[in-house]
Design a protein around this ligand. Structure first.
Ligand SMILES: [Zn+2]
Length: 260
């Protein structure tokens, strides 16, 4: 299907597509946050409402060239835009190198889209929308079985196990502390994550996510300006952990098993 001569170029093409999609994802997130339609109106600065010219709308490059400010009103552009574009690009390239062109790459691109959009909504609203976690669960199990070589029971036990484990964690935390430590959205997200990794690699995904949360928590503390206890959404770290596990989790679990 994919021309053989172009194979060395595939990660580069994937990277460009990743950048463009990342830019589209930020639009999705922004429109979700402001409850506008995805297609209309065209890209504009949320501060001065000025319509963006094409050169103000180039992923990553525009942010760097404009030094993070709108060309008209100089309002700062959110750091979420370049971060999303960079992450989307990195994911597209990483899975292009690992899996090559084909259905697996396409399915994992969709997986990355769900993870990235859900994560950035969670970062702002502390919500993982059902409209992402439920279709994500189906996508996760489907990708696990039809693209990543899992058997039905490996994927479904992973999904159920992830869901069950987080449901119990949430219940225990509420009993002990009297407050919600894990959102129900995180619990639903585990269906998708467990379905993708299968029960064998699921521990790696959760461990990678927890480590990422611990390492990046100081950044949240710096950015936290509001009164009251620090709130850190767990969803983005679970997504990040799952993406890392899809790339390296198999090797990690094998190495772990070798040590024991
Ligand atoms: Zn502006």
């Amino acid at each position: 299907m994919f021309p053989k001569e172009l194979l060395p170029l595939f990660p580069w093409m994937a990277g460009v597509l990743g950048l463009v999609l990342g830019s589209f994802y930020t639009v999705c997130v922004h429109r979700y946050l402001t409850e506008q339609s995805i297609v209309f109106p065209g890209s504009h600065c949320p501060h001065c409402k000025g319509k963006l010219r094409w050169w103000e709308n180039v992923p990553l490059l525009s942010y760097i060239l404009l030094r993070g400010r709108c060309a008209r009103c100089k309002a700062p552009i959110s750091w979420r835009y370049p971060l999303m574009e960079a992450l989307s690009c990195a994911w597209a390239v990483a899975i292009a190198i690992k899996f090559g062109p084909g259905l697996t790459w396409l399915a994992l691109m969709a997986v990355g889209g769900v993870f990235l959009v859900a994560s950035f909504i969670d970062l702002v609203l502390f919500i993982l929308p059902d409209m992402l976690t439920y279709p994500g669960a189906v996508l996760g199990v489907g990708t696990g079985i039809f693209c990543l070589g899992l058997t039905w029971d490996q994927s479904l036990i992973g999904a159920a196990g992830g869901f069950g484990m987080f449901w119990v964690l949430r219940f225990v935390h509420m009993r002990l502390r009297g407050v919600e430590g894990l959102g129900l959205g995180d619990v639903k997200l585990m269906l998708m994550i467990g379905g993708l990794t299968g029960w064998m690699v699921l521990p790696a995904a959760v461990l990678f996510g927890a480590v990422a949360a611990l390492v990046l928590a100081p950044l949240f503390k710096l950015a936290w300006k509001e009164q009251g206890p620090l709130r850190i959404p767990f969803g983005p770290f679970l997504c990040l952990g799952c993406m890392a596990a899809l790339l390296w989790g198999g090797k990690f679990m094998a190495a772990l098993a070798g040590k024991m």
